[in-house]
Ligand binder design. Structure first.
Ligand SMILES: CC(C)(COP(=O)(O)OP(=O)(O)OC[C@H]1O[C@@H](n2cnc3c(N)ncnc32)[C@H](O)[C@@H]1OP(=O)(O)O)[C@@H](O)C(=O)NCCC(=O)NCCS
Length: 225
């Protein structure tokens, strides 16, 4: 093997080792800089970068693992600085919000949870990448004012019950409860509540299959009705 080859191999190994060290360092920083939640959970990992607003309003379960770009916001006032118009004085809305995340909840990345009232995610829920859960809408009751300056409305709590699997790019709307062990397919928009142990897909999400205890299998929701 030529000297050039050996040098290249050496540099490659060094670079890989350096990247591994950087990753380890980032994990340590992420761990050491976790904010104080409302409780004292054990073994929580929320990768960097992340944005956690009002952590004292967030109850976090043990062994939670959230991938990069998580956004956990317990909103207490609207508009915030980025939504204010310099020439206008919007009426400030205030909220007594809270978020509860159960034990062993996992997300691959980009989990966005924004609560104006209450968002509850029970134990063992699995989120694929880029899931949005927001329990209110931007106002759209006036047509002469940009929506970002209108009051937030239709604020209603959201609950995701134990053991659900929420697929990639799912949006969960205000007032929705997703029953336990339910699966929501990729790219779905959940506008209405879903029962326990069903598979729902689409925009708006509709129940496709329901678990049948006797057959011990998923059966078509059409056949059940
Ligand atoms: C919902 C899901 C679990 C499949 O469930 P399934 O019971 O095996 O569904 P089937 O393959 O039998 O499909 C049944 C019908 O639903 C449709 N369908 C399946 N998933 C769908 C989705 N996400 N959106 C819209 N329609 C969907 C199928 O095309 C099929 O339609 P047809 O009857 O007109 O042919 C799967 O499609 C899915 O979305 N998984 C999430 C994947 C993901 O997010 N992965 C990220 C890593 S965790």
């Amino acid at each position: 093997m030529s000297l050039k080859c050996l040098t290249e191999q050496f540099i490659q190994k060094l670079a890989i080792r350096w990247c591994a060290y950087c990753q380890k360092f980032e994990e340590i920083v992420a761990q050491k800089t976790l904010p104080r939640f409302a409780n004292q959970p054990r073994n929580v990992s929320i990768e960097l970068p992340r944005r956690i607003v009002n952590p004292e309003r967030i109850v976090m379960g043990d062994d939670v693992n959230l991938g990069p770009n998580a956004l956990l916001i317990a909103v207490t006032g609207y508009p915030g600085p980025t939504m204010q118009h310099s020439d206008r004085r919007e009426r400030k809305q205030t909220f007594d919000s809270s978020i509860s995340i159960g034990s062993r909840v996992t997300s691959t990345g980009q989990l966005q949870v924004a609560a104006m009232s209450r968002i509850t995610i029970e134990d063992d829920v699995m989120f694929a990448t880029n899931v949005n859960i927001t329990d209110g809408f931007h106002g759209f009751t006036h047509i002469k004012e940009a929506y970002k300056y209108q009051e937030l409305f239709r604020i209603q709590p959201i609950t995701i019950r134990q053991g659900c699997w929420i697929g990639q790019n799912v949006v969960i709307c205000p007032g929705v409860t997703i029953g336990s062990m339910t699966i929501v397919g990729a790219n779905s928009v959940v506008t209405k509540s879903l029962p326990d142990r069903c598979i729902a897909v689409g925009s708006p999400a509709r129940v496709l299959k329901i678990w049948d205890d006797q057959q011990e299998a998923w059966v078509s929701a059409e056949r059940q009705t």
